[in-house]
Design a protein around this ligand. Sequence first.
Ligand SMILES: [Zn+2]
Length: 336
Amino acid sequence: MDQRQRRNANGWRLGVDVGGTKIATLLVDDDNRVWASVQRPTDTRTPDHALQSLADAIWETLKQADLPIRLLAGIGIGIPGQVDTQSGIVRHAVNLGWQSVDLRGFINATFGTACVIENDVRAAALGIQRYWLAGSIDSILYVSIGTGIAAGMILDGAVYRGSHGMAGEIGHARFGSSTIRCRCGNYGCLEAVVAGPAIANYAQSLLSTFPHSQLQHQTSITTSAVYTAAEAGDELGLAVAHMVGDQLAQALYTMVLAYDCDHIVLGGGVSRAGSAFFSPIEQALDGLRQQSSLAASLLPAGRVKLLDRDFAAGAWGGIALLDSQALARVAQAQLA
Ligand SMILES: [Zn+2]
């Protein structure tokens, strides 16, 4: 018998993180060993093109491991948008151009396998809980800082979605006095101030104040250039990094006051800048701790962690979705 058939009484699982620019997959066995992973661009020309890129990424993953589809217990998918986890329908996913897309139906029809879907940031929170922090962890606040900002929460051991699947939309809360217009229509939202594009814009707006900044030599300023400059001690880079740190520290403290989570994890594209991104946040949190014993007790040093840049939280979240619903065994039984 072939190695792939001999292993695994109960579960080859495929996790997918669907983003507006790329799709990332992971295929794991019973012992959560990774047998294949694929990254490919998302084709967002039309909703159908986006679905096709998802299907292509899944086929490519199976091919990489040479795994027959019938051995797959299920596919877990994180989607950037509002999803109905019960029906498997994606209500809105702006970046994918999806509105009322029956994603589970599409996966069932295309692959003949079980499928669980979840909002991407919530799925990532699950992936972090199960496979990054590991251990018995009851409450997590995962904040993703990328093109937008959102939080995924696990509270008292369960994913928290809210009544309309909108819990954790922290990117549209205001923590400072900024009057920058947000794409939601309001002013000064967190993501209008410190998400990736906002960071680059802020640096651009300060260029004339810092004539000797290394960012003067950039044809167009990117968030990653800002953090590279900060890392090198550039004053403009540092000024921007500290503004971001102050805002995020305020936001994190507010969320911790509201939800009292044990673990706070930061991830997303902007966070991949590493210590240049994270140190100013820690400094701002230290400031809060020194000011307030309440802040010191709720946010002790080390409670906020930076996700490893190599950990594919979203795709691991897809795997975790299958675990959490014990789908592996059920689907395998159905398909056997
Ligand atoms: Zn907003």
